[in-house]
Design a binder for this molecule. Structure first.
Ligand code: ZN
Length: 290
C-alpha cells in the first residue's frame, strides 16, 4: 500500500513537476554596453533557466549610434525585464511604454552597468534608485550608505560612480528577513568584481538588503556601499545589484543565487527558492560555478 502510494506520488511529479513549463516570462535586454554583454547575457540566461522558474527571451537593440526606432518590445508580455543594457536612449514610445509597464506592476532587474544607463531619464532613475556615470552629477541625487545599523542618505559633492581595483570582497547581509537574503550567511565572499561606490540617484523607496565595504586599500571610499537592494515604482518592483562586471563575477554562486531570487521577487513579489546550494560562498571563501 505504502509502496503504491510512493509510486503514485512519483508518477504525479513526473507528470506535473518535471515536465511543467516555467511560469514566469523574463526578457533580457542587451545590445549596447561598455561591458562584454555578448559573454554575460548567456550567463544571466543560464542562471535564470537553471532556477526552473523562468522562460527567458533576449531582445538585442540595434548597435550603438544607429537608428533605435525598431526597438519596441511589448513589455506587457513579460513578468520581468532584466537589463544588461548601457547604451543609447530608447525611442520615446519605448520609454513611455516601459514607464507604463512598471507603474502598472511590472518587474525590473538591474545588473551592474545597467545602472550607468540613461542618466537624463528621470523616471528610469526613480526606478533604479541609484546610478553611476552616464552624465550623472551631484544634482542627480545623494549617495546611499550603511552606517550605525541603518541606511543613510548623504548629499555630498564628489564623483557620481566610481570603483577601486577589482578584487574578491565580502557582501554583508543587512536584512536577513527579506526573502531574497533569507538563509544566506551573514557575510559571504563575492568573486572578484568591481565594487561600485558613490552611486547617486533619487534613492527613494529603497530597501537595502546587503552592502560591501569599499576598502580604501583597494581604492574604495571607506564606506559600506549598497550591493543588493529592492525598490518599488508605482505598482512595479525593482531588484538592483551593482555586482556583475565580468563573466568571472557572474560565475560567483552568490551572484547567481542573488540574481535568481531577486528576479523572482521582481516578477512576483515573492521568492519560492528557499534552499541555498551547498556550494554557496562562505564568510571567507569564494565559490565559483564549475
Ligand atoms: Zn564594470
Amino acid at each position: 500500500m505504502y509502496r503504491k502510494f510512493i509510486l503514485c506520488l512519483l508518477a504525479f511529479f513526473v507528470a506535473n513537476g518535471a515536465q511543467a513549463e516555467p511560469e514566469l516570462r523574463a526578457l533580457i535586454v542587451d545590445g549596447q554596453n561598455n561591458h562584454d554583454w555578448r559573454s554575460t547575457t548567456p550567463l544571466l540566461r543560464n542562471a535564470l533557466e537553471d532556477a526552473g522558474l523562468f522562460s527567458v527571451e533576449v531582445e538585442t537593440t540595434p548597435p550603438k549610434g544607429s537608428n533605435m526606432s525598431s526597438f519596441q518590445p511589448d513589455w506587457s508580455q513579460y513578468d520581468v525585464i532584466v537589463s544588461n543594457y548601457n547604451g543609447d536612449a530608447w525611442p520615446r514610445r519605448t520609454r513611455e511604454s516601459f514607464v507604463k509597464y512598471m507603474r502598472e506592476g511590472g518587474g525590473l532587474v538591474i545588473v551592474h552597468a545597467a545602472n550607468n544607463a540613461f542618466g537624463d531619464w528621470p523616471e528610469f532613475n526613480e526606478m533604479i534608485g541609484l546610478g553611476g556615470w552616464g552624465g550623472r552629477t551631484p544634482q542627480s541625487g545623494p549617495y546611499l550608505r550603511y552606517r550605525d545599523g541603518k541606511a543613510v542618505i548623504e548629499q555630498l559633492p564628489g564623483a557620481s560612480g566610481s570603483h577601486g581595483k577589482q578584487h574578491d570582497f565580502q557582501v554583508v547581509v543587512r536584512d536577513p528577513d527579506h526573502p531574497i537574503t533569507r538563509g544566506m550567511p551573514r557575510a559571504w565572499m563575492h568573486a572578484k568584481d568591481e565594487l561600485y561606490d558613490r552611486l547617486r540617484g533619487p534613492a527613494q523607496n529603497i530597501n537595502l538588503l546587503a552592502t560591501a565595504y569599499a576598502d580604501p586599500e583597494q581604492g574604495g571610499t571607506g564606506q559600506h556601499e549598497p550591493m543588493i537592494f529592492t525598490l518599488t515604482y508605482g505598482k512595479g518592483r525593482v531588484f538592483h545589484t551593482p555586482m556583475g562586471h565580468s563573466s568571472h563575477s557572474m560565475n560567483c554562486i552568490g551572484f547567481i543565487v542573488t540574481l535568481q531570487r531577486g528576479t523572482e521577487w521582481a516578477a512576483t513579489g515573492e521568492v519560492t527558492q528557499t534552499d541555498l546550494p551547498r556550494d554557496f560562498p562562505s564568510e571567507d571563501s569564494v565559490s565559483l560555478k564549475r
